[in-house]
Design a protein around this ligand. Structure first.
Ligand code: GLN
Length: 479
């Protein structure tokens, strides 16, 4: 068995038993990177030498019997919108292509404190805007199952890297599905925690009321492990929630007997791909045989979700991205005649088409005269969507849906039709609008071998319950 195909918790057991060294683990992943990376393009910046010397350092500490963290000697990938001190953070954009982070994001500090080794910053849709990872200044990422297909976005580099065995675990960010959609397209596990559970300090802001950082891993146990490391209160993020974090890993095996699972009819429309529907039906049967109770529930405002999300996300983005004007960060246009011209040229040269589209739409929906018609309406619809979930959770404990109506689509298939692209997020955006925890886990494959994802959504702070159901399903489906 190759080390690169093992999840982090298995690697940690081997490390503890002294059967492998961290340097051997790093070398195995680096060799794999050489094999697959030229085709995948999942990476933006690789820290080969730094990582190897950190691995040797941890090996020395282990031999000496020094205190080791929960992820000691495990390589990890970080999406390139999360700051790592002294390294560049590009957000997949030309405008930040030379920007070096002056500090570590809280999540980065926490994984480093536990001894994890940051191996790479991963490719992504520019400023996390996209569903296919085709909007990157550094070129598209390919799906490891089929290089003609997209890995999903916007954390496509993180998901493809975990899927292909370039790293055992990764961090992504999820504003409207960007952890879960690529996890589903790449056949890995991806969790968006309850809003406020994981600090956003050091995450480059896209839409601040929706953004959450989440783990992307090979299995549910690693997901619980990584969430336990990155989660918990951080005074540096004003939206961080001061509440004790449950012990996710030790609660995974508590079983699912009597758990009430809600199936929202709106998430099983007739347009859904037959293999996706069949895979979900099989999973529902398995879970019901294992003792879960299945209930029909309704989330009646789901048809408003895409419009609501794209108004709110773009409005917040237009404001958050105002800071990239060539003055303080990154790229600055050279041939400007005056200050305004410098701003204009910098932004014109620095941003790609999709980001410009979002800034224009966001500015429009916030402009006086249109604010009430769009932004205010969207906020009201957001409240209705949140209430739908409150009602549904009075009937069930957790909600089960497909992560996406289709498996991974072809590169180029939707890129010229933004609306079609936005519709890929139909099942994921509501959890962000309502602030709810939600996971995507592998749930079978199509006849062509493309992975299908199942999504579990929970009420606020049910991250642990979601992981428990996900773990139970993972066990059932591997039997
Ligand atoms: N695909 C969605 C968008 O383009 C979600 C992105 C995200 O979650 N970062 O906005």
């Amino acid at each position: 068995m190759n080390l690169y195909s093992l999840p982090a918790h298995s690697l940690l057991v081997l490390l503890e038993r002294g059967e492998v060294s961290s340097e051997e683990i790093l070398s195995s992943f680096l060799k794999r990177v050489e094999e697959v990376e030229p085709e995948l393009n999942a990476f933006i910046t690789l820290f080969r030498e730094d990582s190897l010397s950190q691995a040797r350092e941890i090996d020395r500490l282990r031999i000496k019997g020094g205190k080791l963290g929960r992820l000691a000697g495990i390589p990890i990938a970080v999406k390139d919108n999360i700051c790592v001190q002294g390294k560049r953070t590009t957000c997949g954009s030309r405008i930040l292509s030379d920007f070096t982070s002056p500090y570590d994001a809280t999540v980065v500090k926490r994984v480093k404190n536990e001894g994890a080794i940051i191996l790479v910053k991963t490719n992504m849709d520019e400023f996390a805007m996209g569903s296919s990872n085709e909007n990157s200044f550094f070129g598209p990422v390919k799906n490891p199952f089929d290089p003609e297909r997209v890995p999903g976005g916007s954390s496509g580099g993180s998901a493809a890297a975990v899927c292909a065995g370039e790293v055992p675990m990764a961090l992504g960010s999820d504003t409207g599905g960007s952890v879960r959609l690529p996890a589903s397209f790449c056949g890995v596990v991806g969790l968006k925690p309850t809003y406020g559970t994981v600090s956003r300090f050091g995450l480059v802001a896209f839409a601040s009321s929706l953004d959450q950082i989440g783990p992307i891993t090979r299995d549910v146990e690693d997901c619980a492990l990584l969430l336990g490391v990155i989660g918990g209160y951080d005074p540096q993020d004003s939206t961080s929630i001061d509440r004790p974090l449950p012990h996710f890993s030790s609660n995974l095996r508590r079983g699912i007997k009597g758990l009430r699972l809600g199936l929202p009819q709106e998430f099983f429309p007739s347009g859904i791909d037959p293999p996706v529907k069949e895979a979900l039906n099989r999973a529902i049967d398995q879970l019901s045989s294992a003792g879960a109770e299945i209930e029909e529930v309704s989330l009646p405002h789901t048809d408003k979700a895409i419009a609501t999300y794209y108004i709110i996300a773009d409005a917040e983005a237009s404001s958050n991205l105002a800071r990239y004007d060539g003055t303080r960060y990154g790229h600055r246009a050279q041939e400007a005649v005056d200050l305004l011209d410098m701003y204009n040229r910098t932004r014109d040269e620095g941003f790609g088409d999709e980001v410009k589209r979002r800034i224009m739409l966001g500015t429009y929906v916030l402009s006086s005269g249109y604010y009430d018609a769009y932004y205010l309406q969207a906020q009201k619809a957001r409240t209705l969507i949140r209430r739908d979930f409150e009602d549904a959770f009075s009937m069930c404990d957790l909600i089960l849906t497909p992560t996406s109506p289709t498996p991974a689509f072809k590169l180029g298939e939707k890129i010229d039709d933004p609306l079609l692209m936005y519709l890929s997020d139909i099942f994921t955006v509501t959890a962000n609008l309502a602030g709810l925890p939600s996971i995507s886990i592998p749930c079978g494959k199509t006849e062509d071998g493309l992975p299908i994802g199942m999504q579990i959504i929970g009420p606020p702070f049910a991250d642990g319950e979601i992981l428990r159901l996900a773990y139970a399903y993972e066990q059932l489906s591997s039997e």
